[in-house]
Structures are given as structure tokens and as C-alpha cells.
Design a protein around this ligand. Structure first.
Ligand code: NAD
Length: 292
């Protein structure tokens, strides 16, 4: 299969390399030539524009920073140049409204399109074990699935256009809130003279159990692979958490959902990021919780 891939940064680079390894003919474009080179070295072809990358492709994958980039690339490069019958797959994390607007445009030009944001980070992209949350009609999902399977392990069809993005922001809102709750519990335990490991031993088997505790524990010790054991090197950077919580709060406002803890979590990660911690893993928020 011929695949055009636009946006080969931290995530898109390894994803495109996995498509090459699976035997696809992949043509890539990125504004940064060094990112293009990191994939052409693995056997992809480089294009000198997004339009050239999509021309003749059976599938187009985009992995771009945010909604405005996706809209721009689709309006100016993908939709005018993709061949009839190509399936369009946007894996970027963007706002639900832009995802639905771009999907409507694609459908109006006769294309099958899905939004397919991911969970799993750079490690998951490299290992080909990403989770894809997919929004779009059944037929588009069916066409996209064989491509997604080369880059991920779990692929969930979440409903119509934009529902992949909806699942992503709802999940990450839970994650952001839960990490703060775990951090607050450990800080309270410290004040009460309760050992970190003892709290972990109880809560990892009790009703406080969650991923932020058992996989990503924000204190060093109980989970040796968590970022707390390497001075909070990401992992998942706080700036990325702020991006995702802004998306969930934007959606909550537009669609009139009351998400008071999501709002508070967004403010706390924003404050943490503003004080020079944007590149620190989001579990590092425990330092701010501890310092009050
Ligand atoms: P990145 O900045 O490393 O990569 C984005 C790439 O897009 C860059 O190489 C940039 O040069 C390129 N780009 C921007 N505008 C372009 C344009 N008009 N045409 C061509 N290329 C263009 O970011 P990333 O970490 O790879 O993240 C990509 C997306 O994946 C984001 O939406 C992010 O929220 C999401 N995401 C990231 C992670 C992660 O851990 N990094 C995890 C899950 C989801």
C-alpha cells in the first residue's frame, strides 16, 4: 500500500518507521528536514511538500501539533491532492469541533476519514503498541484499521467523526485529576508519618487503586519504572497535559458539561508549567502539591 505521512516528529517519526517496516511504500513530509531524514534513513521516501507526499497515496496519515495545523494541511494539501478513494487518518490530538469540521469537509469531497488520536507516548509509538481511539463511519474505520494495526495494539472504534478525540480528552481529564489525587494522598501521608510504600501496599489493593498510582506512582520507590525514580523526566510532559486539559475544558464549555475538577486540574498543571516545569513529567506536580 502507498502511504503519505505528514508530520514525522516525536510521535509521527516512529509511527512512519513502523509502516515502512511493515512493507508499505511510505512518502513523508515535515516542515523540519531533520525529521524527514529520520524516516528516510529507515527506507521512506521524502517529499518536498505535503501535496507531493499525498499524491497517489492509498492512505494518508497526519500527526501534527494542534487543530489549526490539521485544518491548514487538510484544506491546502490533503483534500486538493489526495487521490479518489484514499482513506484519510488524522492521528493528532485536536479539539472535537475542528476534527468534526475537517471530517465534514473530507466527506463533502468524497473521502473516507477518521480521527484516530493515540495513547501510549513515544515509547508506544516506537514499539508499535499504541492505543488508537477512532471516530468516523464504519466504512472509513474498516479502511483505516489495517494501517492502524501496523502502528498500534489496541484499536477502539468510538463512534462517529470526532469521537476518537472525545475519548482521548475524557481519558486524559481522568488521568490529570487522578494524578493530583494520588499526589495529595502521598503528601498527606508524609504529614501523618505514613510510609510511602505502606500507603502503596494498601491503596494498590484497595479502592484508591488507579493507573496514576500503580503504573505511574508519583513518589520514588513503589513502582521502579515510574518517572519519579528518574527525577521526573518524561514520560508525559506537563505541557502536554496542559494542552489536553485545555481541550477537555474547551469541550466542556462548548458542550455545557460541568467539570469542576477538570478545571482545577488544568489550572494546577498550568501553574506548574508556568513555573518552568513544562518539560517535567506531569507526575512531578507532587512537588507543587508538597510545597503548597
Ligand atoms: P512534534 O512537535 O514532535 O511533531 C509534530 C511535527 O509536525 C513536527 O515535526 C512539525 O515540524 C510538524 N509540522 C507542524 N506543522 C506542519 C505542517 N504544516 N506540515 C508538515 N509538518 C508540520 O509533536 P509530537 O509529540 O509528535 O505530537 C504530535 C501529536 O501527537 C500532537 O497532537 C500531540 O498532542 C499528540 N500526542 C503526543 C504524545 C507524545 O507523547 N509526544 C502522546 C500522545 C499524543
Amino acid at each position: 500500500m502507498k502511504i503519505g505521512f505528514i508530520g514525522v516528529g516525536n510521535m509521527g517519526g516512529p509511527m512512519a518507521r513502523n509502516l515502512v517496516s511493515a512493507g508499505h511504500a511510505v512518502t513523508v513530509f515535515d516542515l523540519d528536514p531533520a525529521h524527514v531524514a529520520s524516516v528516510t534513513q529507515a527506507g521512506a521516501k521524502g517529499a518536498d511538500s505535503a501535496a507531493a507526499a499525498v499524491a497517489g497515496a492509498d492512505a494518508v496519515v497526519t500527526m501534527l501539533p494542534a487543530g489549526p495545523h490539521v485544518r491548514d494541511v487538510y484544506e491546502n494539501a490533503v483534500l486538493p491532492n489526495a487521490k479518489a478513494g484514499a482513506v484519510l487518518i488524522d492521528c493528532s490530538t485536536i479539539d472535537v469541533e475542528t476534527a468534526r469540521a475537517v471530517a465534514d469537509l473530507a466527506v463533502s469531497k468524497g473521502f473516507a476519514m477518521v480521527d484516530a488520536p493515540v495513547s501510549g507516548g513515544v515509547g508506544g509509538a516506537e514499539a508499535g503498541t499504541l492505543t488508537f481511539m477512532v471516530g468516523g463511519p464504519d466504512e472509513a474505520f474498516g479502511a483505516a484499521k489495517p494501517v492502524l494495526e501496523k502502528m498500534g495494539k489496541t484499536i477502539v472504534h468510538c463512534g462517529g467523526a470526532g469521537n476518537g478525540q472525545a475519548a482521548k480528552i475524557c481519558n486524559n481529564m481522568m488521568l490529570g485529576i487522578q494524578m493530583i489525587s494520588v499526589a495529595e494522598a502521598f503528601v498527606l501521608a508524609e504529614k501523618l508519618g505514613l510510609d510511602h510504600q505502606k500507603l502503596f501496599d494498601v491503596s494498590s489493593k484497595a479502592s484508591g487503586q488507579c493507573w496514576s498510582l500503580t503504573t505511574y506512582c508519583p513518589v520514588p520507590g513503589p513502582v521502579p519504572t515510574s518517572p519519579a525514580n528518574r527525577d521526573y523526566q518524561p514520560g508525559f510532559a506537563s505541557a502536554m497535559m496542559v494542552k489536553d486539559l485545555k481541550l477537555s475544558q474547551g469541550a466542556a464549555e462548548t458542550f455545557q458539561a460541568k467539570t469542576a475538577l477538570g478545571q482545577r486540574a488544568m489550572e494546577m498543571y498550568q501553574q506548574f508549567t508556568d513555573s518552568g516545569n513544562g518539560g517535567v513529567d506531569f507526575s512531578g506536580i507532587i512537588k507543587m502539591v508538597r510545597d503548597g
